[in-house]
Structures are given as structure tokens and as C-alpha cells.
Ligand binder design. Structure first.
Ligand SMILES: *[C@@H]1O[C@H](CO)[C@@H](O)[C@H](O)[C@H]1NC(C)=O
Ligand SMILES: *[C@@H]1O[C@H](CO)[C@@H](O)[C@H](O)[C@H]1NC(C)=O
Ligand SMILES: *[C@@H]1O[C@H](CO)[C@@H](O)[C@H](O)[C@H]1NC(C)=O
Ligand SMILES: *[C@@H]1O[C@H](CO)[C@@H](O)[C@H](O)[C@H]1NC(C)=O
Ligand SMILES: *[C@@H]1O[C@H](CO)[C@@H](O)[C@H](O)[C@H]1NC(C)=O
Length: 406
């Protein structure tokens, strides 16, 4: 009897241990190759990704892992939709995903994570999303026509709470590389984003209607804005970004559509822009269909290298050759700080604060600005319809303000 009990215990433990062990590592890991993915770069693996997701997302456990091992997977549009039963979802994206190129298969996104909580997407350094945008850029009419068909965003997060995205590469997106919409508590870091300088609408990361978003430590070289912060956002922090080529880091464009919400509490800091069209920019459309507010923003510790418009507020934004009525923008901009911004400007007008005649900018602050002009002795500032406070170094010198009805 004395010998049976330990044996029984051992047997029991033998049962229990592999079980507890496997439930925290193995049985919770869903490997796309176990669901039929070929990973040969030629076979359409969309169905295998879908099957993996459907199996893992319904698994009622603490933490679930989806594993995409290193290989090249051809993938059409796909939605990883939640909520999942697990408390957290870990998407281990080591593979190289290649988008199919027939636009007829797509709606607004290639890879979409939707309605998820506690999601981590980690590319481990080599995980890559290749949008193969070269095949569709010529169908993008958005640079020419306002009412254009939008091409698919490579990686879109919609309605997610507590998300981390890291160590991932995005190449040649068809449209934006990444979109973050209606998300709260979203962190992205160590991203490498790349598309040719002349590729249309390949914004790096576009954020909209989201809060508590942090984007950090990333390199973005693309054809449009490196980061664009659209309507409805609050508490967004962008830091440690190397941007360029591209159109810079932008707030906006705002005031294009009806029912847009306010944008506030933004911090853009500790970043370097090189050879970009703009540095830090706030852009709002003329003819905005309704009023909204854009306020409480800090742009600080930013280095400009040969940037065309280092500091710019443009409230008559209209990228098209003709723009209808030209009613002044009704987005009200206030409480903006630009501080410790230095480097070189490619155009003579290093600072351009061009605000709305309808709702002039209030409380714009410039502190310690040193922008030299490439190949020229000195540059200048321009401003319109803005109340501006200057302190510390001011190179170029403050503009002679053309103040109207403030
Ligand atoms: C790839 O597979 C998915 C899912 O089976 C299918 O809907 C899609 O049409 C396929 N795409 C191509 C280009 O074969
Ligand atoms: C997310 O994770 C936190 C912390 O582990 C947990 O309290 C919460 O219930 C999780 N959310 C969901 C929807 O499972
Ligand atoms: C966020 O999700 C991670 C895992 O994905 C979890 O560890 C963390 O506790 C969650 N945080 C909150 C506040 O729920
Ligand atoms: C990434 O890929 C390179 C080249 O294939 C390899 O040398 C390196 O070890 C990989 N890094 C990781 C973290 O897998
Ligand atoms: C303001 O923007 C309008 C429209 O783009 C432009 O015509 C005007 O010259 C700009 N003013 C300044 C001071 O840049």
C-alpha cells in the first residue's frame, strides 16, 4: 500500500503536468501550417489563415497564440475578427505575407484585425507585409479626384482595445500601410515602413477616432504622410520616428467630411525628418461641411534635414487643381506649441502659418526655432489669420503678422 500511493500520485502528476504544460504552450498555439498553409509564395493560403483563426479564436483559454512561421505566404484580403474567447491573443508573425494583386477581390483592407481585446502582433524583426502595391498604384485616382475609389490599406485595426504591434516590416502597400480606427490603448513600435517616394497615398500610419495611441521607434520611408492623425483622435503620442522620404508628420487632413469629431492632446516629439515635403503640418480643407476643433498639440525636439515646409499650418488644403467654393475652413485650431525645432529648410519660407479667415488660429506658440535655409543666408516666416507667441531663439525671424479679426 505504501508503494501504491506514491505510484498513484506519480501517475496522476504525469497526467496533470503534460496537461497544464501543453495548455499554456502547445494546445494554445495555432500554427498556420497545420491548417494547410503551403508557404511557397505561389499557393493562395488565405483559407488556411482563416481556418487557423476560426479554430484559435473560439478556443476558450487564457492566452492563445497564432503562429505564422518563416516562409512566404500568398494572401488575399482577410479579416481576423473578434471578440475571441481567450483573454489575450498573440499573433506571432514571423512570415513574409505577399498580397494578391487583383483589386476586384478587395474592399478597404488587405489584413484586418477587428473587435479584439488584448491583442499583440509581433513580427519578431523579419515578419513582413508586402502589399505588392506596384500592381495597383496606377489605378489610384485619389491624387487627382476628390471622389475617388479608395484602395486597400495593408494592415488595419478596427475597434480594438489594448493592442501592441511591433517589429514588423511593411513594404509597398497598395494604399496606406497601416490604419488604426476606433481603437483605444494602442501601441506600435519598431516598425519599418517602406514604399517608393512617388507611390500615391502610401501613408505610413493613419490614425482616426482613437485614443491613447503611442507610436514610437520606427523608420518610415514612403510616398505620402509618414504618420497622419485624422479626426476624432485624442491622447496620441508619436516619438522616435525617422521619416523620409514622405510628406512628413501631419495632423489631418481635417474638415473634409460631415460629422468629424475634434482632435486634441497630441504630442509629436524626438523625431527626425529627412528630405520630406513637409515637416510637422496641420492641414484642414477649405469648404469644411461643419465646425470642429483641433487643439492642445505639442511638437517638440524635432530635427529637419532639407525639408521643404518644416513647420506648416494649411487651412486652405486642397491638393486638386480646382477647388470648388473656397469657403474658409471651419476647423478651429488653438493651443499649439512648436518647440526646439531645428535643422534645414529646402524652401525659403521655413514657417508657414496659414489659418482660416473664418476661424483664426488662437494661441500658437513658437519656442526655440532654428531653421536654416539650404544654400541661402536667411529664410522667412509667413502667417495669416493667426495669433502667435514667440519665445527663445527665432530663426527665421517672426513674421509680420497679418492679423485679422482676432
Ligand atoms: C484565395 O482564396 C480565398 C479563400 O479561399 C478566395 O476567396 C480568393 O478568391 C482566392 N484568391 C485568389 C486570387 O485566388
Ligand atoms: C485583458 O487582459 C486583462 C489583464 O489580463 C484582463 O483583466 C481582461 O479581462 C482582458 N480582457 C478580455 C476582454 O479578456
Ligand atoms: C493588455 O494586453 C496584454 C496582453 O496582450 C496584457 O498582458 C495586459 O495585462 C493587458 N492590459 C490591460 C490593461 O488589460
Ligand atoms: C532575419 O532574417 C535574417 C536574414 O534571413 C537572419 O539572418 C536573421 O537571423 C533573422 N532575424 C530574426 C530575428 O529572425
Ligand atoms: C495660404 O494658402 C493659400 C491656398 O493654398 C495660398 O493661396 C496662400 O498663398 C497661402 N498663404 C500663405 C501665407 O502661404
Amino acid at each position: 500500500m505504501e508503494k501504491v500511493l506514491p505510484l498513484l500520485l506519480l501517475t496522476l502528476l504525469g497526467f496533470l503536468f503534460p496537461f497544464t504544460f501543453s495548455s499554456s504552450t502547445f494546445s494554445n498555439c495555432f500554427n498556420v501550417q497545420s491548417f494547410g498553409a503551403k508557404g511557397d509564395g505561389v499557393t493562395n493560403d488565405t483559407q488556411a489563415f482563416m481556418s487557423m483563426w476560426n479554430a484559435g479564436c473560439t478556443e476558450d483559454t487564457g492566452n492563445v497564440e497564432f503562429l505564422v512561421p518563416r516562409a512566404v505566404y500568398l494572401l488575399g484580403p482577410i479579416q481576423f475578427r473578434g471578440p475571441c474567447k481567450a483573454r489575450s491573443v498573440f499573433f506571432n508573425m514571423q512570415g513574409h505575407l505577399k498580397a494578391t494583386t487583383d483589386l476586384r477581390d478587395y474592399e478597404d483592407a488587405w489584413i484586418q484585425f477587428r473587435d479584439l481585446n488584448n491583442l499583440t502582433v509581433d513580427g519578431g524583426g523579419n515578419g513582413t507585409l508586402n502589399g505588392q502595391g506596384w500592381a495597383s498604384w496606377r489605378f489610384d485616382k485619389c491624387p487627382e479626384i476628390k471622389k475617388c475609389k479608395i484602395l486597400p490599406v495593408s494592415l488595419k485595426f478596427v475597434g480594438c482595445t489594448n493592442t501592441s504591434l511591433m517589429n514588423i516590416k511593411s513594404l509597398d502597400s497598395k494604399f496606406f500601410h497601416m490604419g488604426v480606427l476606433d481603437c483605444h490603448d494602442f501601441k506600435a513600435s519598431r516598425l519599418r515602413i517602406k514604399a517608393p517616394e512617388d507611390s500615391p497615398n502610401t501613408d505610413g500610419i493613419h490614425i482616426e477616432r482613437s485614443s491613447n495611441v503611442k507610436i514610437s521607434s520606427s523608420v518610415i520611408r514612403t510616398g505620402d504622410d509618414c504618420i497622419s492623425i485624422g479626426q476624432g483622435n485624442s491622447h496620441i503620442t508619436v516619438s522616435g520616428i525617422a521619416c523620409g522620404p514622405g510628406h512628413g508628420i501631419s495632423v489631418g487632413s481635417l474638415g473634409r467630411y460631415p460629422n468629424e469629431k475634434d482632435v486634441n492632446h497630441l504630442i509629436i516629439r524626438d523625431s527626425v525628418l529627412t528630405g520630406t515635403q513637409n515637416g510637422v503640418r496641420i492641414k484642414t480643407w477649405a469648404d469644411s461641411p461643419q465646425t470642429s476643433n483641433a487643439n492642445n498639440m505639442i511638437f517638440s525636439n524635432i530635427v529637419m534635414n532639407n525639408v521643404r515646409n518644416p513647420i506648416i499650418i494649411d487651412q486652405e488644403y486642397c491638393p486638386y487643381p480646382y477647388c470648388a467654393n473656397r469657403v474658409p475652413s471651419s476647423v478651429k485650431i488653438s493651443n499649439i506649441m512648436f518647440k526646439n525645432i531645428r535643422g534645414s529648410s529646402k524652401s525659403k519660407i521655413a514657417i508657414n502659418i496659414n489659418c482660416s479667415k473664418g476661424v483664426p488660429c488662437q494661441n500658437i506658440n513658437l519656442h526655440n526655432i532654428h531653421l536654416d535655409i539650404v544654400g541661402e543666408i536667411s529664410g522667412s516666416s509667413q502667417c495669416k489669420n493667426a495669433q502667435i507667441h514667440y519665445s527663445g531663439t527665432q530663426i527665421p525671424p517672426p513674421c509680420v503678422t497679418e492679423l485679422k479679426s482676432i
